[in-house]
Ligand binder design. Structure first.
Ligand SMILES: [Zn+2]
Length: 197
């Protein structure tokens, strides 16, 4: 899948440093968060290292927990991060989009692909999600060469083996759909005999 830029800017984003400066990350905080345009706002409740985001959309109430993580700074103190509720990576920003969930930019772009809602699209999304989780570099959903399939630092060996096996299966499934699509295409245009060459 190609990287897309600029899309996330259209969404309302939560920025960890701004929440921190405003005291939202302190345990016991109850209040709201409004975006600059004043058109959108959410409620936030902070319980220990967790933010509970409260909002209503299309008449449906959301109670969305987001985990806060900290890492030590070189000069003392800590740095705050969101843990993306979908891919569990540490990020400084979360975006809300059409699916009404707060997720990192990478996940939002993948969700956009899911909305296309075709077989190939959804299997591709699963594939890219796995690669994100494995921290593997990729430009698109084509099969990855084996030398790119390195175990991420700190990942447990059994987790890694499980994800690699799943990745292999999903990649195979995706290739199969591609071949099916291609065969259907050839049939539609009367090119089946060309495939046998
Ligand atoms: Zn994410």
């Amino acid at each position: 899948m190609k990287k897309t830029h600029g899309r996330a800017e259209h969404y309302n984003a939560l920025t960890i440093s701004r929440l921190h400066k405003s005291g939202v990350l302190e345990h016991g905080y109850i209040g709201g968060w409004q975006w600059d345009n004043g058109k959108a706002s959410i409620g936030i409740k902070t319980i220990k290292q967790q933010l509970i985001l409260n909002y209503t959309s299309k008449g449906k109430p959301f109670n969305y927990p987001v985990q806060i993580v900290t890492t030590p700074c070189n000069y003392g103190g800590v740095r705050y991060w969101f843990e993306c509720p979908n891919c569990h990576k540490r990020v400084g920003k979360l975006y809300i989009a059409e699916n009404l969930m707060f997720e990192c930019r990478k996940c939002q772009n993948l969700n956009y692909a899911t909305q296309q809602n075709d077989k190939l699209g959804s299997v591709t999304t699963v594939l890219c999600r796995l690669r994100n989780r494995l921290n593997w570099e990729y430009e698109n959903a084509l099969p990855l060469p084996i030398y790119k399939q390195i175990k991420p630092k700190g990942m447990h060996e059994t987790t890694f083996q499980r994800l690699v096996a799943r990745h292999e299966y999903i990649e195979w499934k995706r290739n199969k759909i591609c071949v099916q699509n291609f065969k259907a295409f050839a049939k539609r245009y009367g090119l089946e005999s060309e495939l046998l060459d």
